[in-house]
Write a protein that binds this ligand. Structure first.
Ligand SMILES: Cc1cc2nc3c(=O)[nH]c(=O)nc-3n(C[C@H](O)[C@H](O)[C@H](O)COP(=O)(O)O)c2cc1C
Length: 399
């Protein structure tokens, strides 16, 4: 058995690592890099599942050929068309001109549009089937997890789910790719950050996909990003299930902007009182310093959210405005909200945050606190009142 590529049965890992990209989607930092996973089934009929970013094509092709030599690949199964996975379709087609591309109705328009690739197709509907020999594949359409064409491929022989971006996470695969052969510690937080930022808006389609997959006996999850999961399947599915229900733990994220430190002092006063009230999980983010992907991840983790902003040119502080937009886009649900702001001559931030509060449909725990210029005794009292109200609301859920 070739432990460097072998997963189960005749399934091999042929993915690559990207240690060069700084920002995924040009937005989200990659401190541990990212992997683009592709899988090769070296059966009587050979199938390739998803491809990799085109930058890595040479190393990718070498991996494929190290397994099948000069044998042809009959099928290229496309679970997801995002270019970090579909990027090598045209090059694969050039090397394997007779390859039959497998996708659903939504897939092929995108293949032609992105890559000008046409040719023989197998257009699958939900639960259609493809036998390769030992491995027997069934296709499950999972639209909007997180593009319209997304689908998953299930190998009924060995119980292996090729899940596309579903169950994915950031982080390269350093040496091994199987969860049983690597230290998985660094992937858990990166899974929450990946889900909340990349897939986060699509909680309801993810729930539908989980229901559809609920009856399958899954022994292995082969996602397009991160480790191949065998030992931690329940944990991985549990994380995706919890996050897609917007369920969260007891705790409070305080995200604030501050130019000269006064709004920050309000945040400090709130945090100190929350702690005095017995709230243990308090995460403070200065939005000018924390990348928003970490703030969003924490907002998915915790039920309490307190936002603070100075008034800036009669508006909310720009980085707070951007954060509020990210929260609304992701349609985060079921959070308890408090907010506070500051100004020097005419306050606007608190008014604008009230508009956000209404749109978010979050439960507001107390009146907002608005401070003119600097902290006074009354500001401390108001901040502490806001914190106590948040703590009380969180504690109710303990009952
Ligand atoms: C570029 C700029 C624009 C500002 N615009 C307003 C404004 O429109 N209305 C206002 O009352 N204060 C305005 N301020 C004052 C800030 O709101 C004030 O300095 C801030 O609330 C203090 O909080 P901080 O110490 O946390 O930055 C502005 C300050 C700056 C630097």
């Amino acid at each position: 058995m070739n432990q460097k590529t072998m997963i189960k049965g005749k399934i091999h890992y042929v993915g690559v690592n990207d240690r060069n990209k700084h920002l995924f989607e040009g937005l989200w930092p990659l401190p541990y890099g990212v992997s683009y996973n592709s899988y090769l089934i070296d059966d009587e009929t050979v199938a390739l599942i998803d491809t990799v970013d085109a930058c890595y094509f040479e190393v990718y092709l070498r991996k494929i050929k190290s397994i099948i030599g000069e044998r042809p690949i009959q099928y290229l199964i496309i679970n997801h068309m995002e270019p970090d996975h579909s990027g090598s379709i045209r090059l694969i087609k050039q090397h394997y001109p007779d390859i039959i591309i497998v996708g659903n109705k939504q897939t092929f328009g995108m293949i032609e549009g992105y890559y000008g690739v046409t040719g023989e197709q197998y257009v699958v509907k939900d639960e259609d089937f493809l036998a390769l020999g030992h491995h027997k594949l069934r296709f499950y359409l999972t639209p909007m997890v997180h593009w319209p064409e997304t689908m998953m491929t299930f190998d009924e022989t060995e119980g292996v789910l090729f899940s596309g971006d579903g169950f994915g996470c950031f982080g390269t695969l350093d040496g091994g790719f199987l969860d049983t052969r690597i230290n998985t510690d660094r992937y858990w937080d990166e899974m929450v950050r990946y889900y909340s930022n990349i897939v986060g808006k699509y909680g309801s389609p993810v729930q539908k996909a989980l229901q559809k997959l609920g009856g399958l006996h899954i022994t292995t999850i082969c996602s397009t990003h991160g480790p191949v999961w065998t030992d931690y399947i329940n944990k991985v599915i549990g994380i995706y299930d919890k996050l897609s229900r917007y369920a969260a733990d007891e705790g409070v994220v305080i995200a604030y902007g501050s130019m000269y430190g006064h709004t920050e002092q309000m945040a400090e006063a709130i945090a100190a009182e929350l702690s005095a009230q017995g709230v243990k999980n308090i995460v403070m983010h200065n939005v000018s310093k924390s990348n928003p992907s970490y703030i969003i991840a924490d907002i998915f983790k915790y039920r309490g959210l307190i936002i603070g902003s100075p008034t800036y040119s009669n508006q909310i502080y720009p980085d707070i405005e951007s954060l509020l937009s990210k929260i609304l886009i992701r349609e985060v649900k079921g959070r308890y909200l408090g907010y506070f702001g500051s100004f020097t001559w005419a306050g606007a931030a608190v008014k604008r945050m009230a508009e956000f509060a209404e749109k978010s449909k979050f439960e507001i725990v107390a009146d907002p606190v608005e401070m003119k210029q600097a902290m006074k005794d009354i500001t401390y009292e108001q901040c502490e009142h806001l914190a106590r109200s948040m703590a009380e609301r969180l504690k109710k859920d303990r009952e």
